[in-house]
Design a protein around this ligand. Structure first.
Ligand SMILES: Cc1ncc(COP(=O)(O)O)c(C=O)c1O
Length: 448
């Protein structure tokens, strides 16, 4: 049986939710090895904005793989140049830019981290509680502010990263309320961090997700990023936007940071960039910032011609089919339905989102907003039983993440939301119990 073989041979370090062994992912439908279908509300952890196996991407692979499967630097190819040009054009900021590639999100974060230090000749970075930057490399891990379990056993991580609370209004670290808080979480950095432990002249960069994904689908208030950016500009600190989840149309704009009218110095993209077909990531910087010399940062696979061709076509499809606008429209509907769900169920505390990037916070009681991670896992499990692939995460492991492909059909979205509603009802009524699964299952960290 696959479950036994998987548990015996595959690393236990990867989180599993429920035993969904997929055979086929086409559009927003996952089919498992037993022929059961699931509506996909998580787009391959955000990597499939166009759903699974988009036919035009399959065509690119068919067309290109037989001719130029790969060529590594120092040799060049047109697809890499074309994608660099495209990314420079579609990212915010009307100035010259340069683009560097990686294979995973963590690798791009890592590269951007190196670049920020190299360019500024400064050592410190600011990151956020709830941040997820990738945890397969030490640099990215050191920027993460997610679960203690991701760090336990790995210290010392890369030194010089200072974490501050994010604008997570539902669980404000300062116990304040928006808007009377006057964005204290953003002001705090200059008022308290730069004046004490982190002299601004030593800070290379602020790494920030426009909206935190794995940290709980957290959408900061509209003024938040402007305040951060102003502090950066004042002290010559680079502002880096991690758009690995929020980019490429997901939030209703091409880039999540466009909702905040801020131009980052460096933008990081991954996940959906490869259309769910190819592992490719990129970081795009002002040309003056990415002026490091030959030999200081390169590798064998980044800039892979097939990956670049797939990414270019992915961007073209997102633009041509106006998928950001579609995400905005479907997202409004999704939020409306989720708010109805919240009004019906005592265990739903908060509903938030932008476009097809949304979260539902599951709680034990409304008064104290006590997180309910067990019930969250139960809802995800029940949804799985009923044919909906749903993930959960968040600082308190109690946020159901709703981020279906941007191409999901209206009826599929509707049906998925109905399953979600029913699953929450079933858990509320005590009709669901946790199954007997190997330890790696129904965790998001292996550290419950
Ligand atoms: C915001 C964010 N940044 C970085 C990463 C790391 O990407 P990868 O898993 O491709 O290394 C993730 C992954 O979930 C992410 O959500």
């Amino acid at each position: 049986m696959l479950l036994e073989r998987e548990s015996k041979y595959f690393t236990p370090s990867f989180d599993r939710l429920y035993p969904l062994f997929s055979e086929e992912v086409v559009g927003a439908t996952i089919k498992d090895v037993d022929g059961r279908s699931y509506i996909d509300f998580s787009s391959g952890s955000g990597s499939q904005p166009l759903g699974g196996s988009h036919p035009e991407l399959v065509e690119v692979i068919r067309d290109k793989a037989g001719k130029l499967g790969h060529i590594s630097f120092p040799y060049l190819n047109e697809a890499t140049v074309e994608l660099s040009e495209k990314l420079a054009k579609i990212t915010p900021g009307n100035y010259d830019k340069r683009v560097c590639f990686g294979t995973s999100g963590a690798e791009a974060v890592e590269g951007a981290f190196k670049l920020a230090r190299y360019y500024t000749k400064r050592q410190l970075c600011i990151s956020f509680l709830g941040a997820h930057s990738g945890h397969e490399t030490m640099g990215a891990l050191s920027l993460c502010g997610h679960y203690a379990g991701q760090r336990a056993g790995f210290h010392p991580v890369v030194p010089g990263v200072i974490h501050v609370p994010y604008a997570y209004c539902y669980r404000c670290a300062y116990k304040l309320e928006y808007p009377s808080c006057e964005l204290w979480c953003a002001e705090y950095i200059e008022e308290n961090i730069l004046s004490t432990i982190a002299p601004p002249e030593d800070i290379a960069a602020v790494f920030v997700e426009p909206m935190q994904g794995p940290g709980g689908m957290v959408v900061p208030p509209p003024e938040y990023h402007k305040i951060l950016k102003n502090v950066c500009e004042k002290y010559g600190i680079l502002y880096l936007a991690d758009e690995i989840v929020t980019g490429l149309g997901r939030t209703g704009r091409m880039w999540g940071i466009e909702h905040y009218d801020v131009e980052p110095d460096i933008i990081i993209s991954a996940k959906g960039l490869g259309g769910g077909m190819f592992p490719i990531s990129a970081f795009v910087a002002r040309a003056e910032v990415m002026s490091w010399p030959a030999g200081v940062h390169s590798a064998t696979y980044p800039g892979h011609p097939l990956g670049c061709a797939i990414a270019s076509r992915t961007i073209e499809i997102i633009e041509r089919d106006r998928l950001a606008e579609r995400a905005a429209r479907l997202g409004d509907y999704l939020l409306k339905r989720c708010r109805e769900v919240r009004d019906k169920h005592g265990i739903v505390g908060d509903v938030r989102g932008k476009g097809l990037f949304a979260g539902i916070e599951v709680i034990k009681n409304a008064e104290k907003r006590e997180p309910a991670p067990r019930e969250t896992a139960l809802v995800a499990y029940r949804a799985f039983q009923k044919g909906l692939a749903l993930q959960f995460d968040g600082l308190k492991l109690n946020v159901l993440k709703l981020y279906p492909p941007l191409t999901i059909m209206d009826e599929e979205l509707d049906q998925g939301l109905t399953i979600l509603d029913e699953s929450i009802s079933d858990v509320e009524r005590g009709r669901v119990s946790l199954p007997d699964l190997p330890a790696a299952y129904l965790t998001v960290t292996g550290y419950r």
